[in-house]
Design a protein around this ligand. Sequence first.
Ligand SMILES: [Zn+2]
Length: 87
Amino acid sequence: MFLNLCRQKNVFSCAANFSRGKKCIFCGSFKTKRTARGYVRCRKKTCGKQKSLKQLKRELDVLKGFYQGFSVLHRQIQELQFLETLG
Ligand SMILES: [Zn+2]
């Protein structure tokens, strides 16, 4: 999972870097280049991979939904635990 390249607390701002094509999702390098076809290409010699920005955005949207869903779930669990302490 490419979001492993981010620090966990920073997932959303990190995702923003990815979706603007500022960061390579394969190696985390900021040396990227936008191509005319709407692709992001990594300029790092050892990487050099490219990905469609459109596709990337779609994947990030899914991930965002997942993280938001997860934080809602987390809050609900905390509320349940709180209610349990009240007996
Ligand atoms: Zn790269």
